[in-house]
Design a binder for this molecule. Structure first.
Ligand SMILES: Cc1ncc(C[n+]2csc(CCOP(=O)(O)OP(=O)(O)O)c2C)c(N)n1
Ligand SMILES: [Mg+2]
Length: 513
């Protein structure tokens, strides 16, 4: 067995079954091993950011890492922005990067570079494997590191000769240790603070936004009147009718401050004290009002669900909290704008949908409109590095072949990684994309206005406007093998959405805003 086969055997043994890949010469032994050792589905992404964003989406939906297979420093560098988003989620991901053969490094051939320096900022675990006999155990360690709560990005650099040389031995991934509960004193302190607070809130992250964590959080809310909050851009929230309602913190500083206004106690559940997305003149970084106390119930690496349940018990909470009633979701009619777009999606989204929102300014109203929609998973752009929507939706669809995926995709953000559509077509993934076509970097125009630029100059207009030439999204999608339509009003969007959702496989609807 060569090193590459030991790597794949280790992955298969650990239940890793997907590899989002864009390989080159230094990964050929691993490509061959993917066939020599059955069990891992190789999925080609036509740009590395597609592979890493897909691994993020896959990790969010399964809680398990996929492999990415990337080509030396430059290939990896193309995938960094979406690994930044994965790190912020945080999602379990295992990157495998081929490198020059060990003895060839000193020749300084053209593709040689400092991969470690590129990988370290986005990797919680990083190693260059140097010995085929240890590549299996290195792989096992990488997988274990990616899985360790709350999940994270592990990166394994594998020189080509370590892949092709004999002497490989599969490694075994240790079973995960039970997550530690927070100390009893922490629990007591939080319970006491909650009893004394007038307007408390829980800020939930990680498994706290999935069942059963959410159910325990709702019990706590019922016991002490706490609100349930999540970050502006959560990795994944389980929501919809029959589930507890979770409010998102507003995006702009004044909106975020408005969400938290009057809060006197913020209980951090796998989360951190909320801060503004950017620094603005004369605006504090911290969002919570002055005098609001923040207390950590559970750190991200602790047992968030167990802590929530123990806190509910400590508060003698009722056995169930409030959940959202199903709401009427009228089909919108007339002109398309972010509100009617959100209403259209909410009106038709089927039960158990996965909604990936990189709709930017056009995506926001959907969250409110879909509050009482059938149960669904909602995924957002965690790290603010745009280009994530198409890839993350792709990975979510690979993870959950039985669930419809709806992608709210802003046009500017979508243009970075639209080739993910080709992967959706090739793999027959059930992704319905609503392409929010406002032909601008609208958010940047808003930021310019906020910064006091009343009349944008020639350059400011040129740098924030996507018209001239007009992008033809239906043609772009069809060129990638994805059926497409164009909707010029809300009625047409509803109609096209119903058609797209009824058909298996991907489709794209350009919603002309
Ligand atoms: C990787 C990356 N590059 C650039 C930016 C800066 N940026 C933030 S939003 C944005 C444009 C968003 O336009 P679009 O996706 O069309 O959404 P809209 O604002 O029009 O709703 C840009 C360029 C970023 N956040 N991330
Ligand atoms: Mg736009």
């Amino acid at each position: 067995m060569n090193g590459a086969e030991s790597l794949i055997r280790t992955a298969v043994g650990a239940g890793v079954d997907v590899c989002f890949a864009n390989p080159g010469t230094t990964e050929m032994p691993i490509v061959a091993a993917l066939d020599a050792v059955p069990g891992v589905r190789g999925i080609l992404g036509l740009f590395e950011g597609v592979c890493t964003g897909a691994a993020d989406g896959y990790g969010r939906m399964t809680g398990r890492p996929a492999l990415t297979l990337l080509h030396l420093g430059p290939g990896f560098a193309n995938g960094i922005a979406n690994l930044h988003n994965a790190r912020r989620a945080p999602s379990p991901v295992v990157n495998v990067i081929g490198d020059q053969a060990t003895w060839h490094r000193e020749a300084d051939a053209p593709l040689t570079s400092d991969i470690r320096s590129l990988a370290s900022p986005v990797s919680r675990w990083l190693r260059a494997s140097g010995d085929p006999a240890r590549l299996g155990s290195d792989t096992a360690e990488a997988i274990a590191a990616a899985r360790r709560a709350p999940g994270g990005v592990a990166t394994l650099i594998v020189p080509a000769d370590v892949q092709w040389s004999d002497g490989g031995r599969p490694g075994v991934v240790p079973t995960l240790p039970a997550l530690p509960l927070p100390a009893g004193t922490t629990l007591d302190r939080v319970a006491e603070a909650l009893r004394g607070a007038e307007r408390p809130a829980l800020l939930l992250r990680g498994t706290g936004l999935l069942e059963p964590g959410l159910r325990s959080a709702a019990r706590i809310a019922a016991a002490c009147g706490a609100r349930l909050l999540c970050d502006t851009f959560p990795a994944r929230v389980e929501r919809g009718a029959g589930r507890p309602a979770v409010e998102r913190i507003g995006y702009f500083p004044e909106q975020g401050a408005e969400t938290l206004k009057g809060t006197d106690l913020l209980v951090l559940v796998g989360s951190r004290d909320p801060v503004t997305f950017f620094g603005y003149p004369d605006t504090p970084s911290r969002l919570a009002p002055e005098g609001c106390r923040s207390l950590v119930l559970a750190k991200p690496e602790e047992d968030v669900d167990g802590a929530l349940e123990a806190l509910a018990e400590a508060l003698a909470a009722p056995s169930a909290g409030r959940s959202v009633e199903p709401t009427a979701r009228p089909r919108p009619s007339g002109a398309l704008d972010p509100t009617t777009l959100g209403a259209a999606v909410a009106a038709v989204q089927p039960e158990n949908a996965i909604v990936m929102d990189e709709g930017a300014t056009s995506g926001l109203p959907h969250y409110q409109a879909a509050a009482g929609a059938p149960p669904h998973s909602y995924l957002a752009l965690t790290g603010g590095a745009i280009e994530q929507g198409f890839p993350c939706a792709t990975g979510a669809a690979v993870a959950c072949p039985d669930r419809p995926v709806i992608a709210l995709q802003a046009d500017g953000s979508g243009l970075y990684t639209l080739q993910a559509l080709w992967t959706q077509a090739r793999e027959s993934l059930d992704v319905t994309t609503v392409l929010c076509s406002n032909r601008s970097y609208r958010i940047l125009q808003i930021e310019l206005a906020r910064a006091g630029v009343a009349e944008p100059g020639r350059n400011a207009r040129a740098l924030t406007n996507l018209s001239a030439p007009e992008l033809d999204w239906a043609s772009l999608a069809r060129g990638m093998g994805v059926p497409a339509a164009r909707a010029e009003d809300a009625d047409a969007l509803v109609r096209e959405l119903e058609r797209g959702l009824a058909e298996p496989g991907p489709c794209l609807i350009e919603a002309v805003l």
